[in-house]
Design a protein around this ligand. Sequence first.
Ligand SMILES: Cc1cc2nc3c(=O)[nH]c(=O)nc-3n(C[C@H](O)[C@H](O)[C@H](O)COP(=O)(O)OP(=O)(O)OC[C@H]3O[C@@H](n4cnc5c(N)ncnc54)[C@H](O)[C@@H]3O)c2cc1C
Length: 400
Amino acid sequence: MSIAFEPASETEAAGIILEAAAQATPLAITGGGTRSGFGNRVAADHVLSARKLSGIVSYNPAEMTMSAKAGTPMAEIEAALAQNRQMLAFEPMDHRGVMGTSGEPTIGGVFAANVSGPRRITAGAARDHLLGIRFVNGSGEAIKSGGRVMKNVTGLDLVKLLCGSHGTLGLLTEVTFKVLPLPPASVTIVAFGLDDAQAAAAMAHALSMPVEVSGAAHLTESVRYRFIGSSHPEGAATVLRLEGLPASVTVRAEKLKAAFAKVAPATVLDHEATEKLWRDIRDVKPYADGTQKPLWRVSVAPTAGHQLVAALRLQTGVDAFYDWQGGLVWLRMEADAEAEMLRRFIKGIGGGHATLVRASGAVRAATPAFEPEPAPVAALSARLKEKFDPRGIFNPGKMG
Ligand SMILES: Cc1cc2nc3c(=O)[nH]c(=O)nc-3n(C[C@H](O)[C@H](O)[C@H](O)COP(=O)(O)OP(=O)(O)OC[C@H]3O[C@@H](n4cnc5c(N)ncnc54)[C@H](O)[C@@H]3O)c2cc1C
């Protein structure tokens, strides 16, 4: 699909959307296009791009807030923050590797898809850092959260609602969000040779210790070489990140390493190696393999992730590793997506969400990408969609 509309201002965007609504012309909304394959296929012939709605509107390092137009490249945001030794605490994943896309991720796309990373277990998701939004609804009205409120949805937290709606409720034009100081020091404790169940227990123990772990992942034997190479002991690697002031990180690392020494050989990665490792975990490096093998992102209770994988392994070819203390499972299926079996097993371990991140066109056409909503939630979603986008022009079909 080529870009049909590329407004350079919110007013221009509102005009385009008003016209599209009048003609009932569906629009596929895009930012940098790096996550365009996410979700179900969009039934629209025309692309509305936010790319030209670009630029940092205001940045106040002392107050630790930034406002940026939705199409601002993430690289521009991150460079501005780095100059002031600040960062986005929620570590948004870059999907280009696993999805095989090119282009520049945008800040609007990050919030529209609620894209978060390993620090989510302690810092929260993208939506937890979003303070305000401006967007255009499906009637061509420009709305500012906290300012003008849509009359028929008064009382709803529009910021939370739009974040994660994947462009199905409105075109984000501007976002205002919190930022945090960059931790001056970080290390990663790596314990070797634990199986999945032992690692789940060890990570739970580490998270319960007063050492402020800010990332906990288990890199199974099949993927660990893609993360840390072979210059370490054999076997799976269980990795725990500590961040903060140098003296504090040193003391906490000693405590954590001592705790781990009781169960497995452990080593410590320095700041530079830590930054690289967690960027690779964030971006799911082992499965950025240039294939279209189905890739699932499954979030379940942290103690249940390894049970899910064990059950699946008895039935089908699957490769997996764990983030979020075992609660975020990245699953690459060797052949079929096995959506029905996966979702049945997730129910069996107490529930959770499975999202199909990547698959071939044929598999995507046959597989609902998002976790099917229970009927009452689906009815609520449909009513919201009707209020925000009465002509159904935004990303039709994307979320089911
Ligand atoms: C520390 C931690 C502990 C957890 N413990 C448990 C637990 O004990 N049990 C458990 O079952 N889960 C647990 N979870 C998982 C959690 O309950 C949810 O599954 C998780 O928040 C889903 O988040 P997400 O990032 O996948 O997607 P989110 O963006 O948070 O959205 C949730 C799901 O809703 C869908 N969605 C988002 N926006 C929309 C929209 N606008 N319209 C329709 N659908 C939408 C998405 O498909 C997504 O899968 C835990 C998660 C964490 C981080």
